[in-house]
Design a protein around this ligand. Sequence first.
Ligand SMILES: *Cc1c(COP(=O)(O)O)cnc(C)c1O
Length: 515
Amino acid sequence: MRSHLLNDRTAGTYRRTVTAGVEHIAARLAHADRPFTGIAPPALAPVVDAVDLDHPLGDADAALAELDRLYLRDAVYFHHPRYLAHLNCPVVIPAVLGEAVLSAVNSSLDTWDQSAGATLIERRLVDWTAARIGLGPAADGVFTSGGTQSNLHALLLAREEACDGVRKEHGADLRTAEILPRLRILASAHGHFSVRKSASLLGLGEEAVVEVPCDAERRMRPAALAAALADLQRDGLVPMAVVATAGTTDFGSVDPLAQIAELCAGYGVWLHVDAAYGCGLLVSGRRRHLLAGIERADSVTVDFHKSFFQPVSSSAVLVRDRAALRHATYHADYLNPERMAAEQIPNQVDKSLQTTRRFDALKLWLTLRVMGADGVGALFDEVCDLAGAGWRLLDEDPRFEVVVRPQLSTLVFRYVPRGARPDPALVDAANLHARERLAASGAAMVAGTKVDGRHYLKFTLLNPETTTEDLAAVLDLIAAHAADHTGESLVPDVPAPSTASPVQAAQAAPAVPAR
Ligand SMILES: *Cc1c(COP(=O)(O)O)cnc(C)c1O
């Protein structure tokens, strides 16, 4: 069994095994003609259940062949140009190389004596990101597992700062439990649900999140925020943080950061900017201005695994004042005794919610060293351009209704049947049906969401390989599936034999040139 340990004597096995895996994936990627096979859980679950985990296969080739049936053959492939569903990006090769290196060396980023140079590399990237944001000389931060953790971390720091503030004003002996019920978090109606989850985990209860209304473009209204802050003050409650979203998950809308920062400064409230999605703007050549005001944040969430084309996980939380990170610092004699801080041995566990932690920063490091920040930004600009082109398609197409003109790279829209006043329940059902049928066919993957209680469809565009023709072809498929459901006859301008269903007609429509 020792032959399976990766060490000086097993380099040959390591090379052969990993190369076989790489060859296998390369072949899979080359042959994926659809983003998904459309397989359903009842078909796949028995195959996975049938594996006897107490009887190993003994060699990697056999395990890989088995894995192909269990997973790889029917996986959802984000690199395919017609994967248009969630905030998953195709990944860049330098980052995949980083992934291979970091798991083979297996550094842990909690302490210097488990990581050495890895700690320094992560710190350089934290400083680089903070400088891109413009947070100033006292900034710091740490890599995390994702936006959810980054938001939780930032709000923990905000909570502790708010508790300190209340104690300063009302008495140093006030206990945290007495203060928590008075704390409130303000976020827009389109903020991420992890804000409510954080409020709950932080002992505030999700009711502590005050929803600030948005404008028609789904951006937080500063006037509404001002009113909400004034209400809290009047009621003797404490605004613990304002969470502005730089790129809402559904609409990609960027809250007016500068105006929000101004209000936060006036009330002395912690400003957290959730840029999990919009962080790609930090390296954009043409859209960086959309983040104007982010430099005034107290904390920022960035998800490199969304708009920097990095494999999951790669995220960070940044803070304006590194002193705030002390709220997550605990000392253990075995790991990070206070003596180490005194000796100035660099140590990331003092800043993190995790202990053992992956060297995810390496992926971004190799990406920047190979492609450069401008290269990443150019890819993100391309998908934002594509969203603009997609919006024009939808806006001109009488079969569809599109909600907002995108600032980033999502499009929220729905199919509307012909006729003067279609039944709202029928419209909902037609859109749901279209999404389900499309996923079952595997021809394309799109997401769904609700707008004002009604079902809509969503394109999340993060693949620069996706073309306007792809979007047009997928819209034809959606319209055909939806029309199938409503029982509408064929859309007149799609030529097809009269016996064909709308779906058959759309599938028979001129195909997009093969790639
Ligand atoms: C995706 C997202 C998150 C959550 O990030 P994870 O990496 O999925 O945990 C938080 N906020 C926004 C705005 C997001 O889009």
